[in-house]
Design a protein around this ligand. Structure first.
Ligand code: HEC
Ligand code: HEC
Length: 455
């Protein structure tokens, strides 16, 4: 009797032990490289958040609105706002304040922030009002001959990506938007000329910027338009607390756009899958690249926030838009001076915000002046650690920007990590199927209509 019981019990115990030891230490598909990479990422997360956990870099699911950073006080997310913003971001019907008749109803926010281009323009400089053409991913956008360059809606800097923008504390390359974080104490500098005057409304950065943005990008909405495009019910559901005479306005337009933007997460990128335990999501080369990013290549000393950017400002001495002949660009534009163009402090001159780096492969234009045109060249720029812009004094260059001594192989690994691990291949999910006005989108000039198959 006794013997038989042991005969049964021992193997069960043994199996149990094996099972537990399996789940405890040997995770399927994980190897030494995964363990090393986890340690490196956890060490960075610990420095930033105080907690040595991979979870810090796991982006929320866009449908989990409560998990998304937002302005709980003045623009809490709700599904109606997000849905409304998703239409309005693309709707050429609201492009009614064009400079000339031929520009009217031809552009949208997505003209310069194209999902297929990683929410950036398809060309080195975004052109909304005053541009024509689309191509396949915005790469054939050019000047509308009716417009003088000074009449075009163009900026003296490349459009930033909007992916994971919910994690950006102060928006713009110079961080001028938002009354929060880096801008505490800058109140005297908020004015009509730089547009930061909207910070006085007390919203967080994205909302503050977009209230200015819809005006700058020549868009508007009112009750008549909302009715005509079928958006009235969504406005009512999204903004019940606004009295009816204020509910269909540039402000609520901006708040709906902001809500939609906050849901733009690159949560389907392979690196995200790896963080969540799918160790086969990255190749050997990509893992080596990630290890470099969080280690020897120093990238994470600046790119350490959830979006792999940060709210730090640094001078890398890259060229400005006027040095590559951008439209309506000038050596005197305040945008060339980065944070210093806003704060007017000598110590902030030529320092730009550390941008997020997901979906960089989608358009080949990098840095605020689009001066670098491939990820290989970008990695070379960081590896060499030498400024390219003669106007930026050597003393202004960030002490964290210095030669890296990476081997040819290591540079290739780093490029692979940027190209594939950090690329969400399914950004199309953020695009609406149709828009309320029924016009072509994201552009609707004649050439774009042909390019986009609206004709
Ligand atoms: C003409 C092209 C263009 C259009 C149209 C455009 N943007 Fe932008 N966007 C830019 C540029 C350029 C920047 C960076 C400007 C800077 O920092 O100096 C930017 C930056 C942003 C940022 C800040 C991102 C960050 O990380 O700091 C947000 C948010 C944004 N745009 C939202 C919008 C919304 C919403 C619309 C529509 C109302 C819009 N944009 C239309 C060109 C454009
Ligand atoms: C000193 C801080 C710092 C370090 C270190 C650093 N970066 Fe950056 N990175 C920045 C800043 C600031 C910018 C924007 C500079 C500009 O446009 O003027 C930037 C821009 C980028 C961009 C282009 C983003 C865009 O929207 O154009 C990529 C990609 C990038 N960095 C990747 C890396 C990689 C890879 C490394 C490591 C080899 C690295 N960075 C190291 C601060 C840093």
């Amino acid at each position: 009797m006794r013997r038989t019981r042991n005969f049964i019990i021992y193997p069960i115990l043994l199996l149990g032990l094996l099972f537990f030891s399996c789940t405890e230490t040997v995770i399927p598909g994980s190897n030494q490289l995964d363990i090393e990479l986890k340690d490196a990422i956890k060490a960075t997360a610990a420095l930033v958040s105080g907690e040595a956990s991979l979870d810090y870099y796991v982006l929320p699911d866009p449908s989990d609105l409560d998990a998304i950073p937002q302005d709980w006080d003045k623009n809490p997310l709700n599904p109606a706002k997000v849905e409304l913003g998703k239409f309005l971001f693309y709707d050429t019907g609201i492009a009614v304040d064009a400079k000339f008749e031929s520009g009217k109803n031809t552009y949208s926010c997505a003209t310069c922030h194209i999902p297929e281009a990683g929410f950036r323009p398809g060309t080195f400089q975004g052109i909304a009002d005053g541009g024509v053409g689309y191509g396949i991913r915005g790469e054939n956008r050019r000047r509308n001959q009716d417009y003088h360059p000074d009449d075009m809606d163009v900026q003296d800097a490349r459009a930033l990506s909007l992916l994971n923008v919910a994690f950006v504390k102060n928006t713009f390359w110079n961080g001028q938007f938002g009354a929060n974080d880096a801008n505490i104490g800058t109140e005297a500098l908020w004015n009509e000329e730089n547009g930061a005057i909207t910070n006085e409304l007390g919203f967080l950065a994205i909302e503050s910027q977009n209230i200015e943005g819809v005006h700058v990008h020549r868009m508007d909405i009112n009750k008549v338009m909302a009715d005509e495009f079928g958006y009235t019910a969504l406005f009512d559901e999204a903004f019940p607390e606004y009295p009816e005479n204020e509910r269909y306005s540039q402000t609520t337009l901006a708040l709906a756009l902001s809500s939609y933007l906050r849901t733009l997460m690159s949560n389907e990128a392979p690196f995200q899958k790896w963080l969540k335990g799918d160790y086969s999501a990255l190749s050997f080369e990509e893992k080596e690249g990630a290890l470099l990013f969080f280690g020897k290549a120093n990238c994470s000393t600046c790119h350490y926030s959830e979006n792999l950017g940060s709210n730090e400002f640094h001078a890398l001495g890259v060229n400005d838009m006027h040095q590559i002949d951008g439209f309506s660009s000038s050596p005197d534009d305040f945008r060339n001076f980065g944070r210093g163009g806003f704060t007017e402090l000598e110590s902030d001159m030529y320092k730009f915000k550390v941008p997020g780096v997901y979906n960089m492969k989608d358009t080949p234009f990098y840095f605020h002046g689009s001066s670098v045109r491939s990820l290989e060249d970008l990695v070379d720029y960081f590896n060499d650690g030498v400024k390219e812009n003669p106007n930026v004094p050597v003393e202004a260059i960030s002490p964290k920007f210095k030669p890296l001594d990476l081997t040819v192989e290591e540079k290739a690994y780093l490029v692979k990590f940027l190209e594939y691990s950090l690329r969400d291949p399914n950004l199309k999910r953020y695009k609406p199927e149709t828009i309320g006005s029924g016009l072509c989108f994201p552009n609707a000039d004649l050439q774009s209509q042909v390019d986009l198959g609206c004709y």
